[in-house]
Design a protein around this ligand. Structure first.
Ligand SMILES: Cc1ncc(COP(=O)(O)O)c(C=O)c1O
Length: 445
């Protein structure tokens, strides 16, 4: 393989963005430094199904899918027709839309923890609403958390307690600039899987903790009994248990990780994939926890907008109609199997690991080799072969066997380049892109 795709238009636009938009993009995971900058495309002009076309007219198989927000496939015909019809009827009304009740009923019938529902337009915003409701309902301030829960002050304040560079929690490399220092100690992290630590925090802050907010899973299912243990502690201390299923919800199970594990939290936050690419988020929960929200000031103009509502109703119904749980298992298992074969065929040590809804290539880096060089080279060489991905893969229902085979062929090429780089000790020469950055350390991997 000789050349790399021409991404000069993308690079030009990115430079222009740097002059106009602080931080270049609206989501950190979209920054060029999260991929192999210099080789990966940065700007797209069209997307359909499992693929997109960048602004330089290169076509890619997409395994990022708007960081998980696209689940049926880009520009899904059924969702987009429903949205277009709704646009013709009005994207927002002066009066409230019955769609709010229709989606609430759909969520109550889908998510075990849902008895009452509030809406937002994004996941972080929904987490902030959940934190407010939990604090308002209990009259307590402290939130214990384990996971990524967005950009808002209530959560980012957690970084005051740690050294952001070396600390385990929660965002190595990201300082809480602009977050009021008065919020320090109102939000405290705990380690995933460690019930002793959680119990110690609850004991230490007896009577002060409003909620435990956590991602119940991310790339693996929780250890047996872990979520049951968290729930028992929450009940013992009379604390609201909130599952943030913004990333782990929908693909593995339409009813969320809570449905698979059989642990029903008091509240759940969902967003991203629920609307297949239209802005939407929701907080759902038991009547007891949610009802007091009627007396709290939680209010925003575009939360009543119809497009996210109609997109969510249609997406959730389509996931059910298309038997998405079986299909995601099939796609994930096929992809893992062929990637495992290519790892062996390329002569590398490693495996495709993780949930079938988010398989991830994990390669053993020999001692002394920076693993980021290997991951950047993988991403670079996949992009060179028309596949846009991180080390992990988020499928949509639009991904076909042909996409999987093409991805496996590209992976064989990419992994063979890595093998040769390791053997000849010339990874640096093979890396034509900048070394990829890690934005923040995740507590739930
Ligand atoms: C678990 C979790 N919670 C919250 C968020 C924030 O959602 P959003 O980016 O829609 O604000 C994310 C985003 O990745 C997430 O993964």
């Amino acid at each position: 393989m000789s050349t790399y795709p021409d991404v000069s238009r993308s690079l030009e636009l990115y430079q222009r963005a740097g002059e106009l938009i602080p931080g270049w993009t609206q989501l950190i995971s979209r920054r060029a430094d999260q991929f192999a900058n210099g080789v990966n495309p940065i700007y797209a002009q069209r997307a359909k199904g499992s693929r997109f076309i960048d602004v330089d007219e290169n076509e890619y198989i997409d395994w990022v899918n708007a960081v998980g927000a696209v689940i049926l496939g880009h520009a899904d015909d059924v969702v987009d027709s429903a949205v277009k019809e709704q646009i013709d009827r009005g994207s927002i009304y002066t009066l409230n839309s019955p769609l709010e009740i229709e989606l609430a009923e759909e969520l109550v019938n889908t998510l075990p923890s849902a008895e009452m529902v509030r809406y937002t337009k994004g996941g972080g915003e929904a987490c902030a609403v959940a934190a407010r409701i939990a604090r308002g309902t209990t009259g307590r301030d402290i939130i214990l958390f384990c996971g990524y829960h967005g950009w808002h002050d209530w959560y980012q304040a957690a970084n005051f307690g740690v050294d952001p560079e070396s600390g385990e929690y929660p965002f190595a490399g990201i300082e809480p600039i602009g977050v009021p220092k008065a919020l320090a100690q109102t939000v405290l992290p705990f380690s995933y899987g460690n019930l002793t630590m959680l119990e110690a925090l609850l004991d230490e802050h007896q009577g002060e903790v409003a909620a435990i907010m956590m991602e119940p899973a991310r790339s693996e299912l929780p250890p047996t009994g872990y979520l049951e243990g968290v729930q028992a502690l929450a009940k013992k201390h009379d604390v609201v248990l909130i599952f943030d299923e913004v990333s782990c919800g929908w693909r593995q199970s339409i009813g969320g990780i809570q449905k698979i594990v059989g642990v029903t939290p008091d509240m759940t936050v969902v967003a991203k994939a629920m609307s297949n690419g239209y802005a939407m988020g929701a907080v759902v929960g038991s009547r007891a926890v949610m009802e007091p929200a009627g007396r709290m000031f939680i209010s925003s103009s575009y939360w009543s907008e119809n497009i996210g509502l109609v997109a969510s109703i249609t997406t959730i119904r389509e996931l059910k109609r298309r038997d998405s749980e079986t299909r995601f298992r099939e796609i994930g298992e096929k992809l893992s199997a062929v990637l495992n074969q290519t790892i062996v065929a390329a002569g590398l040590k490693g495996a495709c690991v993780g949930l079938h809804s988010n398989p991830s290539v994990s390669l053993e880096a020999p001692t002394g080799v920076n693993p980021r060089k290997i991951s950047t080279l993988f991403i670079q060489e996949m992009a060179r072969r028309g596949v846009h991905t991180y080390m992990s893969f988020k499928a949509t229902l639009a991904h076909t066997d042909h996409d999987i085979q093409q991805t496996a062929d590209a992976a064989y090429g990419a992994l063979s380049v890595i093998k040769s780089g390791l053997e000849n000790n010339n990874l640096d020469t093979l890396l034509v892109a900048d070394l990829k950055k890690e934005p923040f350390r995740r507590q739930v991997r």
